[in-house]
Design a protein around this ligand. Structure first.
Ligand SMILES: [Fe+2]
Length: 444
C-alpha cells in the first residue's frame, strides 16, 4: 500500500476512549493537515472492526485502553493492520514499557503531554525513513494533562447532562471505579459552577469520604463542561464537627448553670436564642451569622451570674445602685465569653444586647451606626421574649403586646427591618414556647 504521510497523509484512525487524549490527538492532527481523514474507535474491538473494513494509513492506539500494559492491544492491531503505521499513545506512569510496545509491533510511542509539535513531524519522519522510531520525549508542551493526571485531588470533567467525561487516577480511587467505568455514567451529585460544595462520597467497607468540591465551566472540544476538583477534607470536617459538638455541649452546660441560679428567667436565654435565629433566618442572613446570633442568645445573660440572686428576683423597683449593678451584666458577660477565642464575635453581640438605636440603652449608650446587625436582632428578641413571659415583678404581657411594643418603637429604639422580620416570623406560626434549650443548641 502506498503511504501518504504529510503532506500526503491519507487516513488516521484513533483508537481510544480517554476523551482528553482523543480530542488532543484530533486537534493536533486537524490543525496540522486539514486534508487528513481522521476517524475514531472507542474500543479495541471497534478499532479492529474498522480496520477490517478499511485499514488506515496510521493508527494511533491509546495503550491505556488495553488491559495490563497495552502490548496485547498493539499485537492485535498489528495483526489486523500489518501495512499500517501503529503508534502507541502511552502515559508516563511507569507501568507501560515502551520497549515492549515497540517489540509488540508499534512503530513509535507518544506521550499525550508532548503531542503538540511532535506528532506530525513524527509521522513524516516515519514515512521517510520507513523504520521504527523511538521518540525522545524531553519536551513537555501540554502540562495541563500531566497536572490533571498527577493531581493530589480528584478531577473530573462533567457534561451538562451530568455524565462523566473524564476522570483522573485520584477520582478512580475516590469512586472505586476505573476511569473507563466512570466515563458516561452519571456523576450523581448536583454541580453548580463556581459554587463550592461539600459532598459525602460513600466507600465500600470503610468510612465515607468528605470532599470539598469546586467546579469551573470550560470549553472542552465543542461543548461546555464542568471541571470539578474534589479535595478530601474528611479529617478537617470530622475535627470541626467534634469541636462543634464540644462547643454545643459547653454552651448547653453554661445555659443550664445560668438558669439553675436564676430560675425566674429559666428558659429566657434559649427562647431568645431561638427567636433571634428565626429573625436572622427571616432576614436571610448567612447561616454562619445565624448560628453566631443563636449562640449569643444562649449566652447573652451569662453576666447575671455576677449579680446577687435577691436583686435579680426582687419583685420591686431597684435602687440606683442595684440598677447600676444589673446594667453591668452585658459587659460582664462579654468579659467572660471573650476569654474563649472562637467566641469573641459572640462576646461583642452579648455586650450590645441592651443597646438601643437612639443611644438610650446600656452599658455604652451606643447608637444605630455603632451597633452590630446581630446585636439589633438580639435586642428585639430579648425584649419580645421578656415581655411575653412571666417576670418576678409582673405577669406575662403576652406576645401580641410585645410585638406592639417593638412596632411602636421601630426606627426609634429597634431596627425597622428586624422588627418586620420578627413580626413575619410570628405571622408564619412561630410559637415562643416551642423554643426549648435543646432545640436552640442543636439549631433545630
Ligand atoms: Fe440581658
Amino acid at each position: 500500500m502506498t503511504r501518504r504521510l504529510p503532506g500526503n497523509v491519507g487516513t488516521v484512525l484513533i483508537v481510544g476512549s480517554d476523551p482528553f487524549i482523543v480530542r488532543q490527538l484530533e486537534t493536533v492532527l486537524r490543525a496540522s493537515c486539514t486534508a487528513l481523514s481522521v476517524t475514531r474507535a472507542a474500543s479495541l474491538a471497534e478499532g479492529i472492526s474498522r480496520i477490517a473494513a478499511d485499514p488506515a494509513d496510521v493508527i494511533l492506539l491509546d495503550a491505556s485502553l488495553c488491559e495490563t500494559d497495552g502490548t496485547e492491544g498493539v499485537t492485535k492491531i498489528a495483526r489486523a493492520a500489518p501495512a499500517s503505521t501503529i503508534i502507541a499513545v502511552v502515559k508516563q506512569d511507569g507501568r507501560t514499557s515502551v520497549g515492549e510496545l515497540l517489540e509488540a509491533g508499534a512503530h513509535g510511542c507518544l506521550v499525550p503531554g508532548c503531542l503538540g509539535s511532535s506528532l506530525v513531524p513524527f509521522l513524516v519522519a516515519w514515512g521517510r525513513e520507513q523504520h521504527r522510531v523511538w521518540l525522545t520525549l524531553g519536551e513537555v508542551e501540554n502540562s495541563c494533562y500531566q497536572i490533571v493526571q498527577n493531581s493530589a485531588d480528584a478531577i473530573l470533567a462533567i457534561r451538562q447532562d451530568g455524565t462523566v467525561l473524564m476522570a483522573n487516577p485520584v477520582a478512580e480511587r475516590l469512586f472505586g471505579k476505573r476511569a473507563s467505568e466512570l466515563i458516561g455514567e452519571s456523576f450523581g451529585f448536583p454541580v453548580v459552577n463556581d459554587t463550592p460544595a461539600q459532598l459525602t462520597i460513600p466507600q465500600t467497607g470503610r468510612q465515607s469520604v468528605i470532599v470539598d468540591m469546586r467546579t469551573t465551566a470550560m470549553r472542552w472540544g465543542g461543548e461546555i463542561v464542568s471541571v470539578a476538583s474534589l479535595r478530601d477534607v474528611t479529617e478537617v470536617a470530622t475535627a470541626l464537627s467534634q469541636r462543634s459538638e464540644m462547643l454545643h455541649g459547653a454552651i448547653l452546660a453554661i445555659g443550664r448553670l445560668t438558669e439553675i441560679r436564676d430560675p425566674y428567667t429559666a428558659g429566657h436565654q434559649h427562647r431568645v436564642a431561638g427567636l433571634a435565629a428565626a429573625i436572622a433566618e427571616k432576614m436571610e442572613l448567612p447561616q454562619r451569622d445565624v448560628e453566631e446570633i443563636r449562640t449569643a442568645g444562649l449566652l447573652h445573660d451569662i453576666g447575671k451570674m455576677a449579680i446577687p440572686t435577691d436583686i435579680l428576683i426582687a419583685p420591686r423597683p431597684l435602687t440606683q445602685t442595684e440598677r447600676r449593678l444589673v446594667e453591668s451584666h452585658p459587659q460582664v458577660g462579654h468579659d467572660v465569653i471573650c476569654e474563649i477565642p472562637f467566641l469573641r464575635s459572640v462576646a461583642e453581640l452579648v455586650s450590645q444586647h441592651h443597646e438601643r438605636l437612639d443611644g438610650s440603652g446600656y452599658p455604652r449608650h451606643l447608637k444605630e451606626g455603632e451597633l452590630l446587625p446581630g446585636a439589633k436582632i438580639l435586642a428585639v428578641a430579648d425584649v419580645v421574649e421578656a415581655m411575653a413571659s412571666h417576670r418576678p415583678y409582673r405577669q406575662a404581657l403576652g406576645v401580641d403586646r410585645a410585638l406592639q411594643e417593638i412596632r411602636d418603637n421601630a426606627g426609634l429604639l429597634y431596627d425597622r427591618d428586624v422588627v418586620d422580620a420578627c413580626n413575619a416570623a410570628f405571622s408564619d406560626g412561630l410559637d415562643i414556647q416551642d423554643l426549648t434549650l435543646e432545640a436552640a443548641v442543636s439549631g433545630e
